[in-house]
Design a binder for this molecule. Structure first.
Ligand SMILES: Cc1cc2nc3c(=O)[nH]c(=O)nc-3n(C[C@H](O)[C@H](O)[C@H](O)COP(=O)(O)O)c2cc1C
Length: 370
């Protein structure tokens, strides 16, 4: 497996579910990653954790991500992923959430480079597929040790390292530091995969080229517009109409039906995901390069913290931009029950008439992972 020249779908807890990954494949994604699984839970054969390692046959290049602190757990979980078809295994060393950190996993690993090195070396020895590691720049702004950590990872035999250009404490409060990512790429021989704030095809190519990273990884950009992969490959924007976007949302609902099954139980399970996806999908705005580049200077995080200030939009467009959770729940139900795209559109418009849209908010998308 060569980790150069790739555009990877980031590991995304909840968001990177199998139906969503299939949607990304349909829109040009070639390399997918699963949701983070706790290695110790995989070892206990937890059904829900094992489900996170499952991939679709169409995912021909799939990386399973695990969180672990002990080599035994990491190897056993990695082998379970390989049995299920993973092309490689990634170790999470960036997750900032409390539950992970207090168990000595995720971003805590950044504070223990020697321990991390041993863990990665054991994984490399014990697994028949490449091992990669995903890190942040450090624990906090004052403790940025990603250079040292990336060196340890390379020396331990990892096949690549992904660098998310923020610290654990920054979460998403600052723009990703691509200068820091570039420095690490220059220092290392193994491929460095750059990650953070790649929200448009042109930024992706600019950052990729300027930083000298081997590959790039896309997280929220894909959650907002799953077709970003095709845009990056074709080097041009696709600015879908509201009807076309609703078609994409409907398609996701159909893929959830196939995955979770088209019955009441399946519907209940899908409803844990589908409305959640709409929180991201509703952020889409057709921002052409000149408009975006200019506005992003003043608001680097703007696509994830979008103020909805346009009046006089067509009804369907306004519904798709609406950020109210109660609307997302009802819309998910509409899309689940619609027989085809035309019925989905008619029912969405009927829902809009019942729930007159209001302007969206400027809230940041609340995410804690990664
Ligand atoms: C909803 C969500 C879930 C995430 N889950 C994970 C995860 O399970 N493992 C991980 O390494 N990073 C996770 N991350 C972090 C992303 O993989 C990525 O590093 C981060 O979002 C920065 O990339 P972006 O600016 O392209 O979104 C998650 C991010 C989001 C938004």
């Amino acid at each position: 497996m060569d980790f150069r020249g790739l555009v990877l779908l980031a590991p995304l807890t909840k968001g990177g579910n199998l139906p969503f990954r299939r949607l990304c494949l349909d829109h040009g994604c070639r390399v997918t990653m699963g949701e983070m699984a706790y290695a110790y839970q995989v070892v206990k054969r937890s059904k829900s954790e094992l489900a996170l390692l499952r991939k679709h046959p169409d995912e021909t290049c799939f990386g399973a991500q695990i969180a672990a602190s002990r080599p035994g757990d990491a190897i056993a979980a990695g082998l379970a992923a390989v049995e299920r078809g993973a092309s490689w295994v990634d170790l999470n060393c960036g997750c900032p959430i409390h539950d992970i950190v207090r168990r000595g996993m995720g971003a805590t690993m950044l504070q223990r480079p020697a321990h991390l090195g041993k863990l990665v070396a054991e994984m490399v020895k014990g697994l028949p597929v490449p091992v990669t590691v995903k890190i942040r720049l450090g624990w906090s702004e004052g403790e940025q040790n990603a250079s040292e950590v990336a060196k340890v990872i390379e020396e331990a035999g990892a096949a690549a390292v992904t660098v998310h250009g923020r610290t654990r404490e920054q979460r998403y409060s600052r723009a990703a530091d691509w200068d820091a990512v570039a420095r690490i790429a220059a220092e290392r021989t193994i491929p460095v995969i750059g990650n953070g704030d790649l929200l448009t095809w042109y930024e992706t190519h600019d950052r990729w080229q300027q930083s000298g990273v081997a590959s790039v990884m896309i997280g929220r950009g894909a959650l907002i517009k799953p077709w970003i992969f095709r845009e990056i490959a074709e080097r041009q924007a696709w600015e879908p109409t509201a009807e076309q976007r609703l078609g994409v949302w409907f398609d996701l609902a159909q893929k959830m039906k196939v995955h979770f099954r088209d019955d009441e139980k399946g519907r209940e399970r899908a409803m844990r995901f589908l409305p959640w996806h709409f929180e991201f999908l509703c952020r889409y705005r057709p921002l052409s390069a000149p408009v975006y580049v200019e506005q992003a200077k003043a608001h680097p995080l703007m696509q994830t913290r979008f103020a909805d200030d346009e009046a006089d939009l067509p009804l369907l467009e306004r519904v798709l931009r609406d950020s109210r959770p109660e609307l997302h729940t009802r819309l998910a139900d509409v899309l689940w029950r619609a027989a085809d795209a035309a019925e989905a559109e008619a029912r969405t418009l009927a829902l809009a008439a019942e729930m007159p849209p209001v302007a969206g908010s400027t809230d940041e998308i609340a995410v804690a992972q990664g």
